[in-house]
Each structure stands twice: as C-alpha cells, then as structure tokens.
Ligand binder design. Structure first.
Ligand code: HEM
Length: 501
C-alpha cells in the first residue's frame, strides 16, 4: 500500500513540476549548464557546500560552460552571468528591476525598503531618498566618520605591536556606530562600551540571514520555520523593530516642536543627536503628497542599517588587508595622506582633503574589484524576455557575479594582481567596459549610498594609516566566503605597529 502511495507521490510531483516549468524546460535546452537530476536539479552540487567549495564549483562551471550558465536549484531556474555585454542588458532593463529570491531572506527584517522593494513603490521611494545622499548632506557626516575613526584607532592602541588579530569584528562596530549616527541620529557608542544591545542584535540577525544562503534546511522557509534559529530570528526582529519604532516616534515629536534647521548640535537625554540625520529627511518627505508613515520610515532606516554597515565594514577590512600586503601601495597612500593632511595625525579631516586622496581611492577601487562587498547581484525575470538574442523564461533568477568577473583574464590583465593604477584614467590605456566593474551595481538600481560609502572608507582607512603601519601575519591568506556580503572564513588578519612620521 505504501509503495502505491509513494509511486503516486513521485508521479504527482513530476507532473506538477513539468506543468509549472514546461516553458522553462522548453527554453533551457539552448543554454549550457551542468547536467542535473530530475526535480532537485543541481541542488546537491551547490547547497551545503563550504564557501571555498562553492567558489571552486562556480569557477569549474565557468571553465566548462562559459559566461551564461543554466543551473537548476531544485525547481528554481537560475542563470549565472559573468559577461559584461549580457550584464549591461540586465542592469539597464526597466523590465528587470525585481530582486531574486535570495533577497527574500531579508524581508522579515527590512520588509520592502529600497533594497528589496519593486515596481512603483521602489520608483517613488528612490525619488524621495535620492536627495538624502546629496553632497551637502554628506558634508555633515564627515565629522561623524572622523570621530568614529578616531575612536577606532584609539581602541586599537592596545593591539599595537602585539602580533596578529582579526580586524573584521572591530571595524564592524565602527561602521555600525557610523550608520547608527548618520541614519538614526543615535550615538550607540558600541565602540566605546561594547554593550549596545541594539548593535549586538543587528550583528546577530545579519549573521543568521547570511548563513541561510548556505544551509540547505534554512534556505527553505517551510523547513526553516521549525528550527530554533527561526525563533531566535523572530525575537531579534521584534527587538530591532521596537527600537527603530521608538526612535522614529521620539524624533517625530522633536520635529513637531522645532524645525530641524533650528536645532543645534548637542546631544539630548536619550542620546539622540539634534543634527540632521537621514531619518529627519524621511520624516519631512512626502510621497503622492502624503507624509511617510512610521512603518514606511522603519523599513528604510532598517535597510540603511543593514546595507550601510556590513558592506562598508567588509570594504574597510579588505582594504587594510591589501595595504598590509603590498608595502609599496601602503607607502604611496601614506605619502599622499601626509601631503594632503599634514603631519598632525589627530587633525579632523575635511571633505576637500578626502576628495584629494586620489591614490587611496584607486586602492579602494582595486580592493572592491577583487573583494566586491556584494559579490553576487540577483534579479528575477518577471516576464519572458531576450538577453542578447537568448530567450529567458519568466520565473528564472539571474545572478551576476562581480567576484568572478574580477578573476577573468579576458576582462583584466593579470586579474589576480593588486594594481590600483589600473583605475587611473590619466595613465591607463585600457578601455574598460563599464559593466565589467560593478561593485556598486549599475543602472537605475545602483547603490544609492556609494558616495557616502567612499567618503566613509577614505576617512577610516586614512585615519588608520595616520596612526599605524600595517602588515600581515606570515603565510596568511583570507578564505573568501560569498555570503550576501563578502567575508573571510578565517577572519581578516592584520598586525599593527606605531606609524613613525
Ligand atoms: C562599500 C560599500 C558599499 C557597497 C560595495 C555597496 C554595494 C551595493 C550594491 C552592489 C547594490 C545593489 C544591490 C542589488 O542590486 O542587489 C547596493 C544597493 C543599495 N545600497 Fe549599497 N553598497 C555600499 C554601501 C552602502 C551604504 C553606506 C548605504 C547607505 C547608507 C547603502 C545603501 C544601499 C541601498 C539603500 C541600496 C538599494 C538601492 C536600490 O535598490 O534602489 N549602500 N549597494
């Protein structure tokens, strides 16, 4: 009897799969890709693999099947893309503004803020949020970047001359304090007392979300819901939402009583800065003539808290790693810093000086080439469409791989070498396809925070170099781990010695 049920179940599943995916199966014959098993496709090859194995498998696929690869992850059709010509079509298409299913892991926390929203909601929110990143507003944040970088360098004093340590969790507190103060107007001081429960909760939740993409059980909501991690995730989300709600309500009250333009720059009783924060702009913004609700604002603030700290942290940590690895790069950066800022290592940096740190910018760009903070970018095909004559079926996910493009010798000369000068438009003869280098993505859904990020990175890294000489432990090599944001499985290990002027 059980046998009959089992056969019936298999038959029914196959029938359902074929019916649902008939058009996809019909079209996928034209694409190269690894052979898969019925129903589970290539799932077993890719899921539950270590980050290093995952990279190796994708590199093997690229070697065997080229730059447009068909993969079945269970019943999810995925195209893995690394050809700039195809990527240009995707990132400039108005039909491809929806994010792939990977971003669904973020939705319980971020709901549909700018990163995860789509359609008219995204268009309107993008319009409202764009002025928040105007250079005049960013100018106000330079002071915050400088202050937090100073706290970072001060805290690191105890590790100076003491051998190797992992910089990643240390700079993470700095970037969280920066985004907390600039987005919400809150001084979390997590770098100073390490006891901010909000910051700890953000870190823990971001970790759970990152790990879901690699774990077979947690990838599927239906299975994840039975795990203790799911219950912990829900607890953390509640705590974080409650906190953001409280800040929004308090800030709305303050604004009612006094316009932001009249507020001064001191701290009030709940640690809220009376200085312009991204939150103030959201409180004053309107969509279709109506102000944003507290819930609308919460999803955008939570989005900034997520997207604005892990990305910058990863970029800072890997830039310090590269500076430690390439001594001539470090010397050139330091010479430039001395020329632009002078010998006083404690003098606050200005916007003008940050803009003059041109070589440091090349170093950051080259770091983001080899270690793009967002190593994979995803889109969902909502209507059947063509990409350079290839018909792509509805329902497929498109995954763009900046991490893998950086290692492609057809795009870059000596791709694995760290050569900041390749981005110097005055000296390099190489004409680069703009879609070959997309650490901030491109097109209308590019990173809204890229100028903010570049200023923050330059401020933090230059401050580190003003105080320390950076080196690497012997034989250390990071083990790249492509989560939503790139990390290193064995940490980002560096060593610090006092900088001698
Ligand atoms: C090194 C730092 C950063 C990198 C490399 C980076 C990279 C990216 C990338 C690749 C995307 C596109 C993602 C996609 O299409 O799936 C993106 C989107 C976004 N980023 Fe960044 N980001 C950085 C820092 C920031 C910061 C500091 C903020 C905010 C203060 C921010 C806010 C956002 C938002 C809100 C989006 C969604 C934009 C939209 O869909 O309209 N990012 N970022």
């Amino acid at each position: 009897m059980f046998g009959i049920y089992f056969i019936f179940l298999i038959f029914f599943t196959c029938f359902y799969f074929l019916k649902k995916h008939y058009r996809q199966l019909q079209l996928t014959g034209q694409f190269n890709g690894p052979p898969g098993l019925p129903i589970i496709g290539n799932g077993l090859e890719l899921v539950n693999k270590s980050p290093i194995e995952f990279i190796k498998i994708i590199e093997d696929y690229i070697g065997k099947y080229g730059k447009f690869i068909r993969i079945w992850l269970g019943n999810q059709l995925v195209f893995f893309m690394t050809d700039p010509k195809d990527i240009e079509v995707v990132l400039t298409s108005m039909q491809l503004l929806s994010k792939s299913t990977e971003y669904d892991f973020l939705k319980p926390w971020l709901n549909t803020g700018l990163l995860t929203s789509t359609g008219q909601k995204w268009v309107k929110r993008r319009k409202v949020l764009t002025p928040a990143f105007h250079f005049k507003i960013l100018d106000d944040f330079i002071e915050v970047f400088d202050k937090q970088s100073s706290i970072l360098t001060e805290n690191l004093r105890k590790l100076q001359g003491r051998g190797k340590f992992n910089i990643f969790p240390i700079t993470a507190l700095c970037t969280l304090d920066i985004i907390g103060e600039t987005a919400m107007g809150i001084s979390f001081n997590s770098q100073s007392d390490n006891n901010s429960s909000y910051i700890k909760n953000v870190n823990e939740l971001a970790d759970i979300i990152h790990r879901r993409s690699y774990d077979f059980i947690s990838r599927y909501d239906i299975l994840f819901k039975f795990t203790p991690t799911y219950r912990r995730q829900q607890e953390l989300i509640k705590l974080l939402h409650d906190f953001t709600d409280k800040v929004i309500v308090a800030r709305r009250e303050k604004l009612k009583n006094k316009p932001v333009s009249q507020q001064t720059d001191d701290t009030n009783d709940i640690g809220t800065k009376k200085k312009m924060a991204l939150l103030d702009l959201l409180l004053q913004a309107t969509v279709d003539g109506k102000p944003l609700t507290n819930e609308d604002i919460r999803e955008e603030i939570d989005t900034f808290m997520f997207e604005g700290h892990d990305t910058t942290n990863s970029a800072i940590a890997f830039t310090l790693y590269n500076i430690g690895k390439y001594k001539y790069v470090q010397q050139k950066c330091f010479d430039e810093i001395k020329r632009v800022i002078g010998d006083d290592r404690n003098k606050p940096i200005t916007m003008k000086e940050l803009n003059e740190l041109k070589y440091l910018e090349l170093v950051i760009k080259e770091t983001l080439r080899l270690y793009p903070s967002v190593p994979l970018i995803g889109r969902e095909v909502v209507e059947e469409m063509k990409i350079n004559e290839k018909i792509i079926p509805k329902g497929a996910n498109l995954i763009i791989g900046p991490y893998f493009m950086a290692r492609d010798p057809e795009i870059w000369t000596n791709p694995l070498e760290f050569i900041p000068e390749r981005f110097d438009t005055e000296t390099t003869a190489d004409k680069l396809n703009p879609y070959a280098y997309i650490p901030f993505s491109a097109g209308s859904r590019n990173c809204i925070g890229q100028k903010f990020a570049m200023l923050e990175l330059k401020s933090t890294v230059s401050k580190m170099l003003r105080h320390y000489f950076i080196s690497l432990p012997r034989n250390y090599q990071p083990e790249d781990c492509l989560e939503i944001v790139i990390k290193s499985k064995n940490g980002v290990m560096i060593q610090l010695d006092e900088r001698v002027y």
